[in-house]
Design a protein around this ligand. Structure first.
Ligand code: BTN
Length: 260
């Protein structure tokens, strides 16, 4: 990251703290530590390479050097513990909108927080909360994006096919330009959108709508049904075989289309 790029990002997150690491374990871990040290709203940790990148459900997240975008944004303002899906939605929607703006392909959200381009995963979001007793002290929105081909994990290690943003863009994609645009978009969504508007835009971009999918809940149960969309609370609605509608919150749920 050169000085111009650094200054641009610093301005966007100020007075939040900002650090760009060449190599780090996980940007989410640093951001969680920063929260304990009193980092203000919009503090940002970004890295060229992660050696212990984490994904949802304790999976590893691959972040080789010079090819991916990996960052964690600290949010501490106007937090609502009742509305945790909101932060997943903000992250997924901001990343989706920015990838849409640089890509020639179809960009969708695989609920709750994967961004697909042309049906393959190009980005993932890991939202983590930090608690002081019963009260929420901060949220970390961790974002990992495969930008160039080198950042796409080997296909045999994948549960779902993956791609990178560069594969669907006719122009060279700059990681730090993407980062600046996503931060701006996140700020805009948070300032201007109500939860209802956010859910509407999230729903509009939902992958596999009208298709048969299956989900696994945290008890290991598998439920299948047709994906209807999102409820006004950001839950996934599935119409099950018997015609009943099930409402599923994003915690601990894994979604798969039937064709996988
Ligand atoms: C997923 O798809 O499972 C979510 C992946 C989130 C990866 C990002 S990369 C930046 C931040 N630091 C981490 O260790 N994880 C998130």
């Amino acid at each position: 990251m050169d000085k111009i790029e650094k200054d641009r990002i610093e301005k966007l997150v100020s007075p939040g703290w900002f650090e760009y690491y060449d190599r780090i374990g996980s940007t989410n871990d640093v951001a969680l530590q920063w929260l304990k040290e009193g980092a203000p709203d919009l503090s940002l940790v970004a890295a060229n390479e992660q050696t212990k990148g984490r994904g949802r459900h304790d999976r590893q997240w691959f972040t080789p050097p010079d090819s991916a975008l990996a960052f964690s944004l600290v949010l501490t303002d106007s937090l609502s513990a009742d509305n945790l899906p909101y932060y997943t939605g903000i992250g997924a929607l901001a990343v989706c909108k920015v990838i849409e703006s640089v890509s020639d392909g179809k960009v969708e959200i695989k609920w709750p927080n994967d961004v697909l381009v042309e049906g393959k995963k190009a980005a993932g979001i890991l939202v983590e909360g930090s608690w002081a007793g019963d009260s929420l002290s901060g949220i970390i929105v961790g974002v990992g994006i495969n930008v160039t081909e080198e950042s796409v994990p080997p296909q045999e290690e994948l549960l779902f096919p993956a791609t990178c943003v560069q594969n669907v863009s006719s122009k060279p994609v700059d990681r730090f330009d993407l980062l600046a645009k996503i931060i701006l978009q996140l700020k805009l969504i948070r300032e201007k959108m109500t939860f209802t508007q956010l859910v509407k835009e999230w729903d509009m971009r939902l992958a596999f709508k009208g298709e048969k999918v299956y989900i696994h809940n945290s008890d290991g149960e598998q439920i299948s049904g047709v994906l209807i969309g999102l409820s006004d609370r950001g839950e996934l609605i599935l119409e099950e075989e018997d015609g009943k509608r099930g409402y599923f919150s994003s915690n601990e749920i894994r979604l798969r289309p039937f064709s996988f």
